[in-house]
Design a binder for this molecule. Sequence first.
Ligand SMILES: Nc1ncnc2c1ncn2[C@@H]1O[C@H](COP(=O)(O)OP(=O)(O)OP(=O)(O)O)[C@@H](O)[C@H]1O
Length: 353
Amino acid sequence: MFLDLQNITVRYPQTSSPAVNAVSLQLAAGEIGVLIGPSGSGKTTLLRSIAGLEQPQVGNILLDQTLLDGPNVRIAAEQRRIGMVFQDFALFPHLTIEDNIGFGLRDLARPQKKLRVAEMLELVGLIGSHDKYPHQLSGGQQQRVALARALAPQPRLLLLDEPFSSLDIELRERLAYDVRQILKQANITALMVTHDQLEAFAIGDVVGVMHAGQLEQWAAPYALYHRPTSRFVADFIGHGVFVPGRLVKTANGLMVSTALGELHDVNDTLPDYSTQYFDVLLRSDDIVHDDESRFKATVVRKTFRGADFLYTLRLEDGPEVLALVPSHHDHAIGEAIGIRLDVSHVVTFPATS
Ligand SMILES: Nc1ncnc2c1ncn2[C@@H]1O[C@H](COP(=O)(O)OP(=O)(O)OP(=O)(O)O)[C@@H](O)[C@H]1O
């Protein structure tokens, strides 16, 4: 693996629990990894330790099979050849775009430097902007320059910490897609931190969820969404609620019975057959509005999201669930509507109570 973190623990002085606790993860060359998780879960600390700005007390960091941090080994940050783009991506306001991008290329002769800057401008789609100043560019364009500046010295790894957080939401979505294309074209290995799940899914080949210093799951976006391995990940990713389920053995195998009907094909998802009671994860896209259904639920809340409504619905016997329903089905709060399950991947955890 190109980036290999082995059991990294980082503890700040005078703190009771480690900011990063026994984290291991791998990225293949050219892969993009994204870390998400609540505030304070250790994402930035992990990134900073890879960059050499924090020193892990335990564990090894390997890049391209070279040990950067380990027992009695510590390669200085400036010798790691790791590029960084941080949230405040400050460009030098008094330097042109060309000089901003060429800033880290002091060792190159002038013609090579010009060539490299031109390549970078082409890569980020800003040909012709070389003699402009940062204030003459939009926020999104400035962020592309920051990316070009970080990529120009040909780092072995690129680290991005909330690179879009100062941009407005619409711009962020467009830029997320563009940044993935740019990183893939540059064939660079990258690790990014974001708060935004959709951004993580749009950019990452692999996404990791951090919680209280630990990496709860490190998986492809699809697996993270459909096969969360912990309750925390199931809860953190997507709109989900847990409803009680009971294991039932039938002649045709196992099934889980819930207030919204039965779920089959559960055999490979049940972690512990000795338990009879489970909590079943139901996401808003697992529940379909169906007037014909025998299961009725009352609309408690509704959020208009353009193409659909996100309804919060209360079932007759208590639990609330979420349902994403096309927005031409406009139901009033208090109204009872028919719903049924349409679950392609059943996710269960042992019941907490
Ligand atoms: N320099 C520091 N000294 C002491 N504790 C720190 C320091 N930097 C961070 N911490 C603590 O380490 C933990 C992890 O912080 P970190 O910034 O890595 O989290 P994060 O997931 O990046 O958070 P956010 O999403 O808010 O940026 C937090 O409890 C934080 O208070």
